[in-house]
Design a binder for this molecule. Structure first.
Ligand SMILES: Nc1nc2c(ncn2[C@@H]2O[C@H](COP(=O)(O)OP(=O)(O)OP(=O)(O)O)[C@@H](O)[C@H]2O)c(=O)[nH]1
Ligand SMILES: [Mg+2]
Length: 182
């Protein structure tokens, strides 16, 4: 895996807490921080993210305001990878805004999303609604179910380590895509 800082034809945009946690893991695994853009309303989550570019969204911001800020960060890149946990506020909303914007700009948009645990109740419905909207506009959708973690013997691990099992699965899918080129 190349870790050079040179200009790439892609951006990895992560949204919300789960997206940010996943990005941090991917950077630990030597994906370059210059390839990442993090988006959240949560300033403290953004502060602990090593991504090179960050956008703090405020609650009054519209999709149009957001696009004006994202546009210069994407530049002329042709591929957009979006990573988020669905079902919460930030991840679901901004993953969709990013995907809609990328697809309107004729970028190849690929999404990696985490579905909430079943016990999280209403979050599951919101996650399903977001998935339905993403499906028709993205080139490829990779769905990871947090509930799959419950079938594994992860008792001795911290929550971060448990989630990193899924984040490592994202790494395995994403890293070869980055090398493929556009
Ligand atoms: N795979 C994974 N899932 C996570 C992680 N953190 C939270 N989740 C899951 O992702 C869903 C969304 O959580 P977050 O990403 O924290 O939520 P958010 O998008 O920041 O939403 P708000 O904080 O409500 O604005 C949750 O329901 C959890 O099931 C993580 O680090 N990894
Ligand atoms: Mg959050």
């Amino acid at each position: 895996m190349s870790t050079g800082i040179g200009e790439t034809d892609f951006m990895i945009a992560v949204a919300g807490g789960a997206g940010i946690n996943c990005a941090n893991r991917l950077m630990e695994r030597k994906l370059n921080r210059s390839w990442f853009m993090a988006v959240d309303t949560d300033v403290s989550a953004l502060a602990r993210c090593a991504a090179f570019r960050k956008i703090t969204v405020n609650s009054r911001e519209t999709g149009a305001d957001f696009e004006q800020r994202v546009s210069p960060l994407l530049g002329h890149r042709r591929r957009l990878f979006v990573i988020a946990g669905l079902g919460g506020e930030a991840g679901s909303s901004f993953a969709l805004w990013l995907a809609e914007y990328g697809s309107r700009r004729q970028m190849s948009v690929e999404c990696f999303v985490f579905l909430p645990f079943l016990f999280e109740g209403a979050r599951n419905q919101r996650a399903d609604e977001t998935l339905e909207k993403l499906e028709p506009i993205v080139y490829r959708l990779h769905v990871f179910k947090n509930d799959d973690l419950r079938n594994r013997n992860l008792n001795a691990m911290t929550m971060t380590q448990v989630f990193d099992v899924l984040h490592d699965a994202v790494f395995c899918r994403l890293a070869p895509c980055l090398e493929q080129g556009g």
